[in-house]
Design a protein around this ligand. Sequence first.
Ligand code: UDP
Ligand code: MG
Length: 314
Amino acid sequence: MKKLSVVIPCYNEEAAIGIYISEMKKIESGMDLDYEYLFVNDGSKDDTLKVLRDIAKKYSNVKYISFSRNFGKEAALLAGIKLAKGDYVTVMDVDLQDPPELLPEMYQKIQEGYDIVGTRRADRTGEPKIRSFFAKKFYQLINRISDTEMVDGARDFRLMTRQVVDAILELNEVNRFSKGIFSWVGFDTYYISFKNRERSAGETSWNFWSLLKYSIEGIINFSEAPLTIATFVGITSCVISAVAMLYFFISNLITQNPVPGWPSLVCIILFLGGLQLFSLGIVGKYIGKIFLEVKKRPNYIIKESNIDKYSKKN
Ligand code: UDP
Ligand code: MG
C-alpha cells in the first residue's frame, strides 16, 4: 500500500489537536493509503506537547517532533516535510481550516496524473474586511512584480507526490516563503476550491503586523522589483533636478531675478534625503537576507521527538 505523510505544524493548539485527529481518523479509514502523521510542535507555550505525547501513545502512526522554541510555521513545515517518508505528502493546519474531507478528492486527482493538488478558499467570510482587502492587494502586487505566480486564496494545504517533495527540499534557502516555493518548483497543479471555514478551536497566531511582515518577506524573497523601483526613482529624481537646475540657471540669466534660495533648497534636500534613505532601506532588506543566507543557520532545532533519531539521549 502507498504511504501518505501528513505534516501538521502546531503552535499553541492544545484545544485543536484532539478534534483534528478524530476528524482525520474518519477520513483515514475510507482511503486506501497507509497514513503517517508528523506533528511539529513549534515551541508552543501551552500544553500542545503533552497532548502530542498522549496521542502518539494512542496511535502508532502518529509521530511528533518538538522544537526548542518557536521557529515559525515555515520552519515547522520544512521540518515535517524533511522527515516525511511517504509516497505522497500533504501539509495541513491543525485547526480544520484545511478540510480533511477534501483529501479523497485530492488523492483522486493525483491518481489522474497531477503532481500537486492544491486548495484555495473561494471566499474569505469570517475574516476581518481590512485583512481581506490587504490580502487581495498583496496578491495583485506580488503577481505583477514576481515571475513566480501566487494564487489568491491558495492555502498551504496541498497533496504532493514524492517527486515534488524532493524538488522542494532541493531548494536549500534559509529564508523560506512556502507559498512561493510551492509554486516555483512548477509541476502540474490542480486547485480545488472550498468555502472558508472558521477555526475549530483556539486562536489564530497571526495579527495584522505579522501578516504585513510575512507579505514583505514574500516580496523580498521572490522579486527584485523593489530594487528596480529604487533605481528608477533615483534616476527620475536626478533627471528632474537636472532639468530644474537648467531652468533656474537660464531664468536667472534672463530675468536677473534670483530664486529665493533656502526654502526651495530645504525642500530639495529633504526630498532627496528621503529618497536615499528609502532606497537604502530597500537595499538593506536584501543585504539582510544575504546575511542570513550566508550564515547558514539551521531553520529549527529539535528538542524532543518520538522518532528514535531525534529522541532525547539521556
Ligand atoms: N503555526 C505554527 N507556528 C507559528 C504560527 C502558526 O506552526 O508560529 C501553525 C498553527 O498551529 C496552525 C497553522 O500554523 O496549524 C496556521 O496558523 P493559524 O491557524 O494561526 O493561521 P490562519 O489560519 O489564521 O492563517
Ligand atoms: Mg487557521
